[in-house]
Design a protein. Sequence first.
Length: 228
Amino acid sequence: MTSSIIVGGSSGVGRAVAQRFADRGDSVIVTSRTAARADTVATELGGTTWGLAVDLSRPETIAAALADVREVDNLVISAITQGVNSLADFDIGQAIEAVTIKLVGYTETVRALRDRFTPGASVVLFGGLAKERPYPGSTMVTALNGGVSALVKTLAVELAPHRVNAIHPGVVGDSPKWRDVPDHPHVPRTPIGRLVATAEVVDATDFLLRNTGVNAHDLFVEGGLLVT
Protein backbone atom coordinates (compact mmCIF):
# COMPACT_ATOMS: atom_id res chain seq x y z
CA MET A 1 0.00 0.00 0.00
CA THR A 2 1.30 3.44 -0.94
CA SER A 3 2.06 5.66 2.05
CA SER A 4 1.22 9.33 1.52
CA ILE A 5 1.73 12.16 3.99
CA ILE A 6 0.10 15.55 3.43
CA VAL A 7 1.44 18.15 5.84
CA GLY A 8 -1.22 20.81 5.98
CA GLY A 9 -3.80 18.38 4.66
CA SER A 10 -6.63 19.49 6.92
CA SER A 11 -7.87 22.28 4.63
CA GLY A 12 -7.71 23.79 1.17
CA VAL A 13 -5.89 22.12 -1.69
CA GLY A 14 -3.89 20.00 0.76
CA ARG A 15 -7.10 18.40 1.94
CA ALA A 16 -8.19 17.79 -1.65
CA VAL A 17 -4.87 16.02 -2.32
CA ALA A 18 -5.41 13.89 0.79
CA GLN A 19 -8.93 13.03 -0.39
CA ARG A 20 -7.63 11.93 -3.80
CA PHE A 21 -5.05 9.65 -2.19
CA ALA A 22 -7.50 8.23 0.35
CA ASP A 23 -10.06 7.51 -2.37
CA ARG A 24 -7.54 5.55 -4.43
CA GLY A 25 -6.54 3.39 -1.46
CA ASP A 26 -3.36 4.94 -0.14
CA SER A 27 -2.43 4.82 3.51
CA VAL A 28 -2.75 8.53 4.25
CA ILE A 29 -1.55 10.73 7.10
CA VAL A 30 -2.96 14.26 7.26
CA THR A 31 -1.52 16.81 9.62
CA SER A 32 -2.86 19.89 11.30
CA ARG A 33 -1.59 22.03 14.16
CA THR A 34 -3.89 20.27 16.61
CA ALA A 35 -4.59 16.58 17.05
CA ALA A 36 -8.34 17.23 17.33
CA ARG A 37 -8.48 18.93 13.94
CA ALA A 38 -6.24 16.33 12.29
CA ASP A 39 -8.31 13.44 13.67
CA THR A 40 -11.60 15.02 12.59
CA VAL A 41 -10.39 15.52 9.04
CA ALA A 42 -8.93 12.01 8.88
CA THR A 43 -12.34 10.58 9.83
CA GLU A 44 -14.07 12.72 7.22
CA LEU A 45 -11.65 11.66 4.48
CA GLY A 46 -12.30 7.98 5.15
CA GLY A 47 -10.24 5.09 3.88
CA THR A 48 -7.01 4.22 5.64
CA THR A 49 -6.36 7.71 6.97
CA TRP A 50 -4.80 8.95 10.19
CA GLY A 51 -4.45 12.40 11.69
CA LEU A 52 -1.28 13.76 13.23
CA ALA A 53 -0.55 17.03 15.04
CA VAL A 54 2.43 18.81 13.48
CA ASP A 55 3.13 22.51 14.02
CA LEU A 56 5.56 23.87 11.42
CA SER A 57 5.76 27.16 13.29
CA ARG A 58 7.63 25.23 16.00
CA PRO A 59 10.23 23.38 13.93
CA GLU A 60 12.04 22.06 16.98
CA THR A 61 8.97 19.86 17.66
CA ILE A 62 8.56 18.43 14.16
CA ALA A 63 10.86 15.40 14.43
CA ALA A 64 9.18 14.16 17.59
CA ALA A 65 5.72 14.75 16.10
CA LEU A 66 6.62 12.56 13.12
CA ALA A 67 8.37 9.84 15.13
CA ASP A 68 5.63 7.24 14.59
CA VAL A 69 5.62 7.53 10.79
CA ARG A 70 7.00 4.24 9.44
CA GLU A 71 7.58 4.87 5.74
CA VAL A 72 6.96 7.52 3.11
CA ASP A 73 6.21 7.09 -0.60
CA ASN A 74 4.67 10.53 -1.17
CA LEU A 75 5.34 13.64 0.88
CA VAL A 76 3.30 16.75 0.11
CA ILE A 77 3.83 19.90 2.19
CA SER A 78 1.11 22.48 1.62
CA ALA A 79 0.91 24.18 5.03
CA ILE A 80 0.77 27.97 4.88
CA THR A 81 -0.07 30.95 7.01
CA GLN A 82 -2.44 33.46 5.45
CA GLY A 83 -2.11 37.21 5.70
CA VAL A 84 -1.23 40.42 3.91
CA ASN A 85 2.07 41.95 4.95
CA SER A 86 3.60 44.89 3.11
CA LEU A 87 6.40 47.34 3.86
CA ALA A 88 3.91 50.09 4.54
CA ASP A 89 2.51 48.26 7.57
CA PHE A 90 5.06 45.55 8.24
CA ASP A 91 4.17 43.00 10.91
CA ILE A 92 7.47 41.49 12.05
CA GLY A 93 5.88 38.76 14.13
CA GLN A 94 3.69 37.62 11.25
CA ALA A 95 6.68 37.70 8.92
CA ILE A 96 8.82 35.56 11.24
CA GLU A 97 6.04 33.01 11.61
CA ALA A 98 5.57 32.82 7.83
CA VAL A 99 9.29 32.32 7.20
CA THR A 100 9.48 29.72 9.95
CA ILE A 101 6.59 27.70 8.55
CA LYS A 102 7.38 27.90 4.86
CA LEU A 103 11.14 27.57 4.84
CA VAL A 104 12.41 26.25 8.18
CA GLY A 105 9.36 24.07 8.81
CA TYR A 106 9.29 22.63 5.29
CA THR A 107 13.01 21.84 5.44
CA GLU A 108 12.86 20.24 8.88
CA THR A 109 9.90 18.09 7.86
CA VAL A 110 11.84 16.69 4.91
CA ARG A 111 14.93 16.18 7.07
CA ALA A 112 12.98 14.41 9.80
CA LEU A 113 11.35 11.96 7.38
CA ARG A 114 14.16 11.28 4.92
CA ASP A 115 15.36 8.13 6.69
CA ARG A 116 11.92 6.61 6.15
CA PHE A 117 11.68 7.38 2.43
CA THR A 118 11.07 4.29 0.31
CA PRO A 119 13.38 3.86 -2.73
CA GLY A 120 10.87 5.57 -5.04
CA ALA A 121 9.72 8.29 -2.64
CA SER A 122 9.28 11.84 -3.87
CA VAL A 123 8.38 15.23 -2.41
CA VAL A 124 6.18 18.12 -3.54
CA LEU A 125 6.37 21.51 -1.83
CA PHE A 126 3.67 24.14 -2.32
CA GLY A 127 4.62 27.63 -3.40
CA GLY A 128 2.34 29.97 -5.32
CA LEU A 129 1.92 32.29 -8.28
CA ALA A 130 2.89 35.32 -6.18
CA LYS A 131 6.47 34.16 -6.73
CA GLU A 132 6.20 35.63 -10.24
CA ARG A 133 3.23 37.98 -9.90
CA PRO A 134 3.43 40.11 -6.73
CA TYR A 135 0.32 41.90 -5.53
CA PRO A 136 -0.26 44.60 -2.89
CA GLY A 137 0.69 43.10 0.46
CA SER A 138 2.46 40.05 -0.98
CA THR A 139 5.97 41.10 0.05
CA MET A 140 6.53 38.09 2.30
CA VAL A 141 4.41 35.66 0.28
CA THR A 142 6.37 36.48 -2.88
CA ALA A 143 9.70 36.14 -1.08
CA LEU A 144 8.74 32.86 0.57
CA ASN A 145 7.50 31.29 -2.65
CA GLY A 146 10.78 32.29 -4.24
CA GLY A 147 12.46 30.54 -1.33
CA VAL A 148 10.47 27.37 -2.02
CA SER A 149 11.71 27.46 -5.61
CA ALA A 150 15.29 27.63 -4.39
CA LEU A 151 14.67 25.00 -1.72
CA VAL A 152 13.58 22.29 -4.15
CA LYS A 153 16.82 22.69 -6.08
CA THR A 154 19.11 22.13 -3.13
CA LEU A 155 16.91 19.40 -1.65
CA ALA A 156 16.90 17.53 -4.97
CA VAL A 157 20.69 17.44 -4.79
CA GLU A 158 20.87 16.53 -1.11
CA LEU A 159 18.17 13.85 -1.31
CA ALA A 160 19.25 12.30 -4.61
CA PRO A 161 18.07 9.98 -6.05
CA HIS A 162 14.77 10.99 -4.44
CA ARG A 163 12.94 13.68 -6.39
CA VAL A 164 11.78 17.05 -5.03
CA ASN A 165 9.54 19.45 -6.95
CA ALA A 166 7.47 22.56 -6.29
CA ILE A 167 3.96 23.39 -7.44
CA HIS A 168 2.88 27.02 -7.76
CA PRO A 169 -0.91 27.33 -8.18
CA GLY A 170 -2.61 30.46 -9.37
CA VAL A 171 -5.90 31.65 -7.89
CA VAL A 172 -8.01 28.52 -7.38
CA GLY A 173 -11.48 29.53 -8.45
CA ASP A 174 -13.49 26.87 -6.63
CA SER A 175 -11.59 27.16 -3.35
CA PRO A 176 -13.47 28.45 -0.29
CA LYS A 177 -11.49 31.69 -0.46
CA TRP A 178 -12.44 32.53 -4.04
CA ARG A 179 -15.54 30.60 -5.12
CA ASP A 180 -17.96 33.34 -4.05
CA VAL A 181 -15.86 36.23 -5.39
CA PRO A 182 -17.33 37.45 -8.69
CA ASP A 183 -15.36 38.90 -11.59
CA HIS A 184 -11.87 38.11 -10.40
CA PRO A 185 -9.43 40.31 -12.38
CA HIS A 186 -7.34 37.30 -13.40
CA VAL A 187 -10.19 35.81 -15.45
CA PRO A 188 -10.06 38.13 -18.48
CA ARG A 189 -6.24 37.95 -18.48
CA THR A 190 -6.04 34.14 -18.39
CA PRO A 191 -5.90 32.41 -21.81
CA ILE A 192 -8.18 29.55 -20.72
CA GLY A 193 -10.84 32.14 -19.81
CA ARG A 194 -11.28 31.06 -16.20
CA LEU A 195 -9.44 30.45 -12.94
CA VAL A 196 -7.88 27.06 -12.34
CA ALA A 197 -9.80 24.45 -10.36
CA THR A 198 -8.83 22.48 -7.27
CA ALA A 199 -8.94 19.21 -9.20
CA GLU A 200 -6.38 20.56 -11.66
CA VAL A 201 -3.96 21.48 -8.88
CA VAL A 202 -4.46 18.06 -7.27
CA ASP A 203 -3.81 16.32 -10.59
CA ALA A 204 -0.64 18.36 -11.12
CA THR A 205 0.56 17.46 -7.63
CA ASP A 206 0.03 13.78 -8.38
CA PHE A 207 1.90 14.16 -11.67
CA LEU A 208 4.95 15.58 -9.91
CA LEU A 209 4.91 12.72 -7.42
CA ARG A 210 4.61 9.90 -9.93
CA ASN A 211 6.53 11.09 -13.01
CA THR A 212 10.03 9.78 -12.40
CA GLY A 213 11.66 12.08 -14.95
CA VAL A 214 10.63 15.36 -13.31
CA ASN A 215 12.96 16.70 -10.63
CA ALA A 216 13.93 20.07 -9.13
CA HIS A 217 11.14 21.63 -11.16
CA ASP A 218 8.75 24.56 -10.59
CA LEU A 219 5.35 23.71 -12.04
CA PHE A 220 2.94 26.62 -12.46
CA VAL A 221 -0.76 25.77 -12.62
CA GLU A 222 -2.33 29.08 -13.57
CA GLY A 223 -4.04 28.62 -16.92
CA GLY A 224 -1.39 30.52 -18.85
CA LEU A 225 -1.67 33.80 -16.92
CA LEU A 226 2.11 34.19 -16.89
CA VAL A 227 2.28 34.70 -20.64
CA THR A 228 -0.14 37.64 -20.68
